[in-house]
Structure formats: structure tokens, C-alpha cells
Design a protein around this ligand. Sequence first.
Ligand code: 0X9
Ligand code: ZN
Length: 435
Amino acid sequence: MRSLHSRVSILATLLLQLFIFYRVSNAEITSLHGAQSISAFTNSEEKVKFLIGFDGLVGYDLAHAHRNFVDVFVDAANATDFKKQLEQRNITYRVNADNLEKKFKEETNARIKAQLSSRFSYFAQRPSHDRYSDYDGIIEQVRELVRYRSNVARMGIIGYSYERRPIYAVKIGKGEGGVKPAIVIDAGIHAREWIAPAAVLYFIDQLLTNQTNYYMYEKVDWYIIPVLNPDGYQFTHSSSENRLWRKTRSPSNYPKCPGTDANRNFDLAWMAVGASSYPCAQTYAGPRAFSEPEARALKDFILLLDGTAKLYLSFHSYGQYILYPWGFTHEVPENEKTLRALASSVSKAIYSVYGTKYVYGTSANALYPAAGGSDDWAMGRGGVDLAYTIELPGGGSVGFDMPPSQIKRVGYETFQGLKVFHHHVEVKYGSYIWH
Ligand code: 0X9
Ligand code: ZN
């Protein structure tokens, strides 16, 4: 049953890709002026597939696909027609925002104002977690925290982005006791998912400045990459027009469509499903596996850790999912039981804080099949036992614009889940302490 279902859906995805390839001739959304954010409510697989078919089409940007709803950004020229198509198919919908340009301009202005008012005291103080910083801002705050706890924390560069920005990792560990099991965390593979680097900055702060958490690096080492795709992230900060950028910033052979989806660029069943060979699509997998220096940086780093990385967590948004491999097939990995039990404990821990519900399962079964993700690679090729993609909550009217006042809430509740992940690694692998 399952394998027939998976074959049908792989075929459907391939057909959709062919369809997309021949229909599209330009970038997804070229202007946010009058662009709308629409949630379409789906109660059948057919409706979900219809909507997923808009990925890469000119004027459309698929923000998030869920079993019960799909969020789509549609430009001004296509909005009326899109809504008509939904109505014809009996798909109910809600318009969340009807002029994304105005919305992001207002948000940018508010952000700049907040930054200016605290310019002089911005550095050399603890992060306030009440705003979204640009790339340099995040790295400065991390540097400050590392300086404060330089006996247990170090910063390193694991590679350089296409635009030659350093990609930083923080190591948190006691430095004694020989080789310890490690947890590797990243955020910001997708540029517009701002809550992810913000939450990860919160984790670094908690680990380094809250004494009650110091036990978390007695037996375990942490390697945390706050922003894996700094070019894309900085691009979303450069102008409100670019706020919805997802990919890297490397050029493609379509001058109008730079960027690769770094989370389709890893070399495990690359391009098999849920990824596009069309450079203008949001899920463009790149000209070849590991074409992107950002994806290579993570790969090389995990390989360098030589099997000591036991758990890999990749933070994304949005949708409240705890996903684990595989994404490239509906089949489940050998250790699915362990992955599921741990995801279940983590989701319970998060739920117990403010009642936030997470759905967990394999990426292909709980969300949608998509190959080339960092999590699949980490587990399938990188020698990491357990890998997860965590889709943090969405917010605002566009999903990616979680109000900055919510960063602490999301950071705090998710950190309670992180403690459960840590506990698992410590109990299962933390006994090799050297004296
Ligand atoms: O599609 C993705 O890359 C992730 N969702 S997002 O909305 N943040 O873009 C999910 C990735 C899950 N993992 C794999 N498919 N391997
Ligand atoms: Zn993402």
C-alpha cells in the first residue's frame, strides 16, 4: 500500500516538475507590490498536489505546504486569477496580507528604528532576544557570549559562503575528558526563516550564561552554526523587497534567477524527489550535488568530526514539525523507533511549556518527500546516528514574520526540548569519560 502510494506520489512529483519546467519562464515573485499571502485549506491529497504545482511558477512562491493547508505568496498580477482557480476547485482560502511590499516596509522601518535607538549599547551586552539582527549583528552577539565564557566556548570558521562571508560555528565544551559525543546544530539554511537563527542565538545564550544549564556540556560537546546561509540571510535583511528570499546567492545559468535551495543540495538521492532542476524554482537543487559552498561547509565539518557527532538538529520554520529521515523516500530508516520515541519525548517537553503542539514523523511521511536535505545526508552519509529538522512555529501574517516579541517564547519552549535531546545523547553515548 505504502509503496504504491510512494510510487504514485514520486510519479506525480516528476510530472509536476516537467510541467513546471516547461511553463515557467521567469523568477517566482519579482515584485512584492500588491502581492498577497494566502492560506488555502486542503482536505484532499489532490488539492495539496494542485497547490504544490505552483512551486516555481512565475508570480507564485510556495511558503509552506501542510496536509490541511498550503500557504502561497502570489504577486499582484496573478492574485485574482489564483483565487478564482481556488474557488473553481472548491478550495477555501484566507487572505492573510494583501500588500506584502507595504507590510515588509513597515517591519523594516520598525526594525531600523529599534536598532538605531540602541546603537550605542548594542554590543558588549547580553543579547536581548527582542529583535532580529542581521548577520553581523548575530555574529557580534555570539562573539560577546563566547568572550564571556572563553573557558568553555570557542568560535571557528567552518567555511565561506559564495559571497565569501565566513560561516561560523561555536564550540561549547569542557575541553577535558577526551573525545565526547557531540551535538551539531544549525539554523538559517533557508534565509527567510528568521526565527531559526534567533532561537539558536537564544540557545547559545542559555547554554553559556544560565548556570542551571552548565551541566549540558559536562559529557557532551556542542557545535552550533547560527547561520549556515549567511548570504541569503543578509540578502533578506538588505531590503524589504528581499525579505522572502530562501536560497543561497550563487548565480545560476538564468541571470534573473540566482540561488540554490541549500536544503536540496546535499548528496543523498540528490534530485530524486521534491526538488527542481529549474533555477527559478524555490526548490532548485543546484547544478550538481554540493555545488553550494554552504552545503559543503556543513558536510566537511560533520566528516571532520569523524563519527563523534551523534545528533544533528537543523532549525527551520515554519509549521511545528519534528522531522527525521528519510525525506527522499517514504520508507523509514532502521532506527525509526528510536527517532520516533525521541521526537515524541521532545514534543511532549515542548508542549508542557505553553501548549505548543509539534507533529513528528519522517519528512516524507509527515510533511512531503524532498531529497537533498541536510538531515538525510547527516544520517545517511555523515555518520550521525540521529538527525532532525525542526520546523519552529510560524507567526505574523506571512508565517516567516514571527513578531520579534515572540523570540523569547519560542526560544524558551524549544530549549526545554533541547534538554531532552541532550539527555538522550548523554545517557546513550556520554559514558566514555577519560580521566
Ligand atoms: O523543505 C524543506 O527543506 C524543509 N521545510 S521548509 O519549509 N523549512 O523549507 C523540510 C526539510 C525536511 N527534510 C528533508 N526533506 N530531508
Ligand atoms: Zn526551511
